[in-house]
Design a protein around this ligand. Structure first.
Ligand code: RB5
Length: 149
């Protein structure tokens, strides 16, 4: 499995903590930056990770900014992306089970690295439940096509 991870400066230290955590689970990590704690703009990194996921170059993505809000909004502008901002392992598990989230969004100034790791693990270990949830995702895809045909 290959995961792209990206953050702004607000998510940089959590990104650096999550990379070895992912590698420890035998996951190949594509680090889309940022590469220091210097101030940058979160849309650039939300876009980079979202495009890697949308183009099928990785299996899934993780995006991190200070709150996770701005970078999840950015990633969700890319058609086919379902980026879920979560603050607990339960939300992360449901984001996969019900929403088949292909990007997990986290707040580097909100979560401890332990909670963030538990969220990532819950999301990776969960399975999409399909059925009525697929019907709802199909409606999201139809909405994308209505807005950007
Ligand atoms: C950057 O200071 C901060 O605004 C950003 O990391 C994020 O929290 C935005 O949603």
């Amino acid at each position: 499995m290959k995961i792209a991870i990206g953050s702004d400066h607000g998510g940089y230290s959590l990104k650096q903590a999550l990379i070895p955590f992912l590698q420890g689970r035998d996951i190949e990590v594509a680090d889309a930056g940022t590469h220091s704690a210097d101030s940058v703009d979160y849309p650039d990194f939300g876009e980079a990770v979202a495009l890697l996921v949308a183009h099928g170059e990785v299996d899934a993505g993780i995006v991190i900014c200070g709150t996770g809000i701005g970078i999840s909004i950015s990633a969700n502008k890319v058609p086919g992306i379902r980026a879920a901002l979560v603050t607990s392992p339960q939300m992360a598990e449901l984001a996969k089970q019900h929403n088949n989230a292909n990007i997990l969004a986290l707040g580097g100034r909100i979560l401890s690295s332990e909670t963030a790791e538990a969220c990532v693990a819950a999301w990776l270990d969960a399975a999409f439940e399909g059925d009525r949830h697929q019907r709802r995702l199909d409606k999201i895809t139809a909405l994308e096509k209505k807005i950007c045909p």
